[in-house]
Ligand binder design. Structure first.
Ligand code: NAD
Length: 245
């Protein structure tokens, strides 16, 4: 049987790295995108290769149209096709709305929204030709309910929800599923700057009483990329411990 291939953006650490491990476990070839963490990406690629997974680590800034195109072309050359796209790369920033600079605003939009546009557009011709494909965009609970002091982040993540719903309608007739995972508060580097008091409050505000793990998000992402979810499209799955109900 021909192996399936997944492209995961921002895959060197955190949720992206957990996704890479879960898809490897499920027998996928992996295009492992990273931006700056080359050593972490190569270490992960080595670890997965030892277990028999074919991995193409690829440095690309997902906010750059040309780099995304080159990455997708390289992945298609190496593996023949891309079956699933996971748009996971992201950045965060806590700031009062009134202090956000135009550069910071545009960077947030380009790493989140432009990147999803570029990645989806680049993989779609192959998926449409094969009349098969899975796209999962990683948003956030803050894109659903809004977050104070993270207005640009919340706005960009909300845009991914709009993109999910509209693209799902457009691509349904081509048998391509587009879904979104909107995690709650997850134990990754993105939250490493939180002080212990804030961590405590966030955990208490989560009905399940704790942060989620990258694995718990990766399993949700994998579910939406697997054939178990073939009749699910345009949906937002939010593993958040009950933080948003
Ligand atoms: P992380 O900071 O550990 O990982 C983000 C990854 O994206 C990093 O490897 C980073 O290098 C990469 N990246 C950033 N800009 C990039 C670019 N321009 N091109 C390519 N790669 C780039 O954080 P994480 O928690 O693993 O976040 C993964 C995704 O989950 C993000 O989209 C984030 O917004 C989302 N998310 C995280 C949480 C959380 O609590 N950690 C909650 C909700 C949503």
């Amino acid at each position: 049987m021909v192996k399936k291939t997944v492209l995961i953006t921002g895959a060197s650490r955190g949720i992206g790295s957990a996704c890479a491990k879960v898809f490897a476990r499920e027998g996928y070839n992996i295009i492992l995108n990273f931006l700056s963490s080359e050593s972490e990406a190569l270490e992960l690629a080595g670890e997965l290769s030892k277990k028999g997974t074919e991995v193409l680590p690829f440095r690309a800034d997902v906010s750059d149209f040309k780099q995304v195109k080159e990455m997708v072309e390289a992945g298609q050359r190496r593996f023949g096709k891309i079956d699933a796209l996971i748009c996971n790369a992201g950045i965060s920033q806590q700031k009062l709305f009134t202090d956000i600079t135009p550069e910071e605003w545009h960077r947030m939009m380009s790493v989140t929204v432009d990147a999803a546009f570029y990645c989806c557009q680049a993989v779609l011709p192959g998926m449409i030709r094969r009349q098969k494909g899975k796209i999962v965009l990683v948003s956030s609970i803050w894109g659903m309910v809004g977050a104070s002091c993270e207005v640009h982040y919340s706005t960009a993540k909300a845009a991914l929800i709009g993109l999910t719903k509209s693209l799902a309608k457009e691509l349904g007739p081509s048998n391509i599923n587009v879904n979104c995972v909107a995690p709650g508060i997850i134990e990754t580097d993105m939250n490493s700057s939180l002080d212990s008091e804030t961590r405590e409050v966030l955990a208490q505000e989560t009905p399940l009483g704790r942060f989620g793990t990258p694995w718990e998000i990766a399993e949700a992402v994998y579910f939406l990329a697997s054939e178990k979810s073939d009749f699910i499209t345009g949906q937002i799955l939010s593993p958040n411990g009950g933080f948003v109900i």
